[in-house]
Design a protein around this ligand. Structure first.
Ligand code: 5CA
Ligand code: ZN
Length: 480
């Protein structure tokens, strides 16, 4: 496939930029003829795997077990929890036939898996010694999304759905777990250098069947907020609906308390959108499928020295555990190679020329700011390690600064309204905490409430809508 990419400016036309860059780098191909279904070609699949590896490590370390549950949900199970089914009803894909046979009971393609996991928990949980249970799976879920679909961001087959589920003996244990998972997600997003806001979703917009929902939102380059993760306290809503009880030490029976928490390929969309630039992808070293590319720059008569030195550098990096690639194609110019690897977001490029070989140095070029530096040849591995660390720090700092620069603390509805209308970003304002005021604000500002800030932010002043004493910092933005 040719790597030519028409110049697309990330900040001028973000959707166009995103589709073009992901397509031309073979990260994601959204041309499959079913709406809301995308393809992960090899390079994208590797990136996706490296991102998921971080998540899997975090979950495994925190006592979770990875599991795999069926995709098909009988209608009767999906309908057991009334709130849940009411909210998902309009988004379910149904299977009504198997071959020529009309099914006795319709089967849903899972839109998420509470109603699949609860019947199994009922079989697995006997007494308090079986608790807590912490498990997760990474699967496809299917949602007949009626809002505008977008590659990776709002798809109908969500292919990278990591859903965690837990069951506990008490409300407090479940709550503690919710906060542990919030902390775990913070670590996950920090590793990806993705900035986030943590908000408690308003009651009218929490996950269907939850007692409350905590959401992670980030800001996309077009000024819209993107929910990249959620953690829900489900109380006993599902355990009562599915009759999942445990025997307590005192001989009495009690329904278990459950939680669930999920992320999807939206995280990868955010990673690409936030760090990328007009030259293409910019990937944090931790998840870059290729961390270092070596480009020999041979001159007539000096070819052998250059290729040999490049090969030695490659071997050293491989031995040190880096994902390195040697680009010694003879029929492609160094300039074209630079362009291609920049597009692909490779964090570090090594150039080896005859003068470098003579002088015992090696040239490093970092992708994030395209700065070059010369390092002593015998300090190659240490230099790459240091540079990778510096790139990570810079990506994280820049991303956080950018997001912060596009959060407005509004003191009047007019300010809030104009900021949102001109797609500048997220507005924070003081709020009394009442639903009526929240709903009025959503309507007034023609935007969505992300929720109340969970970070410790001092609340002072009056509700921006009703002028009563403010209790919370409310966040509002245009969203995906
Ligand atoms: N069962 C719970 C926890 S796993 C659940 O389904 N929560 S959710 O509905 O909030 O989904 C979890 C996350 O998946 C969301 O925060 C969002 O980041 C992502 N997500 C949801 N729908 C889509 C979609 N259509 N396309 C891409 N990502 C999605
Ligand atoms: Zn109010």
């Amino acid at each position: 496939m040719t790597m030519t990419l028409q110049q697309r400016k990330k900040h001028e036309n973000f959707s166009e930029w995103f589709e073009q860059v992901t397509l031309h780098t073979m990260v994601y191909d959204y041309r499959f003829p079913v709406k809301g279904c995308g393809v992960w070609p090899g390079y994208g699949f590797k990136l996706r795997k490296l991102v998921l590896d971080i998540m899997r490590n975090l979950l495994d370390e925190s006592g979770h077990e990875e599991c795999l549950f069926p995709t098909l949900i009988p209608k009767s199970l999906l309908e057991k929890e009334s709130e849940h089914v009411r909210s998902f009803e309009g988004e379910v894909f149904w299977i009504t036939k198997g071959g020529f046979t009309e099914l006795g009971e319709k089967l849903a393609l899972r839109p998420t898996s509470e109603t699949v996991i609860m019947p199994m928990m009922k079989l697995w949980i006997k007494d308090y010694k079986d608790l807590p249970i912490k498990l997760y799976q990474v699967v496809s879920v299917f949602r007949y999304e009626t809002k505008a679909t977008h590659p990776m961001i709002r798809v109908r087959e969500v292919t990278t759905f990591k859903e965690g589920h837990s069951a506990h003996a008490t409300y407090e244990d479940a709550e503690k777990h919710v906060w542990n998972m919030v902390e775990l997600y913070k670590k996950f997003f920090d590793e990806l250098c993705i900035p986030y806001l943590i908000s408690r979703r308003p009651d009218w917009d929490k996950f269907a069947g939850a007692v409350y929902s905590i959401a992670f939102d980030t800001l996309m380059p077009d000024g819209r907020a993107l929910q990249v993760g959620t953690v829900h306290h489900l109380g006993q809503n599902f355990s009562k609906a599915f009759d999942v009880k445990y025997l307590r030490a005192d001989g009495s029976h009690e329904y278990v308390w459950t939680t669930s928490y999920g992320i999807s390929e939206r995280v990868i969309a955010a990673l690409i959108a936030i760090h990328g630039d007009d030259h293409g992808l910019v990937l944090p070293p931790k998840v870059a499928p290729i961390q270092v590319v070596i480009v020999p720059i041979p001159y007539k008569g000096k070819e052998l020295e250059v290729y040999e030195e490049a090969q030695r550098a490659y071997n050293e990096l491989k031995l040190a555990g880096f994902r390195a690639t040697m680009d010694d194609r003879r029929d492609v110019t160094p300039g074209s190679k630079f362009y291609e690897w920049e597009l692909k977001g490779v964090p570090i490029r090594i150039e080896v020329g005859p003068r470098d070989v003579e002088r015992g140095v090696i040239t490093l070029v970092r992708r994030d700011n395209l700065a070059r530096e010369e390092v002593p040849r015998n300090e190659l591995v240490a230099s790459i390690r240091r540079l990778a660390e510096n790139i990570t720090i810079a990506l994280k700092e820049n991303a956080w600064n950018y997001m912060k620069s596009r959060i407005l603390r509004a003191h009047s509805l007019e300010d809030a309204s104009s900021f949102i209308r001109t797609k500048k970003g997220i507005v924070e304002m003081t709020w009394c905490g009442h639903s009526e005021c929240g709903l009025a604000l959503e309507e007034n500002l023609e935007a969505k409430i992300l929720g109340a800030a969970m970070e410790t932010i001092k609340v002072e002043g009056k509700c921006i809508n009703c002028s009563k004493e403010a209790m919370k910092i409310l966040r509002v933005a245009k969203t995906y």
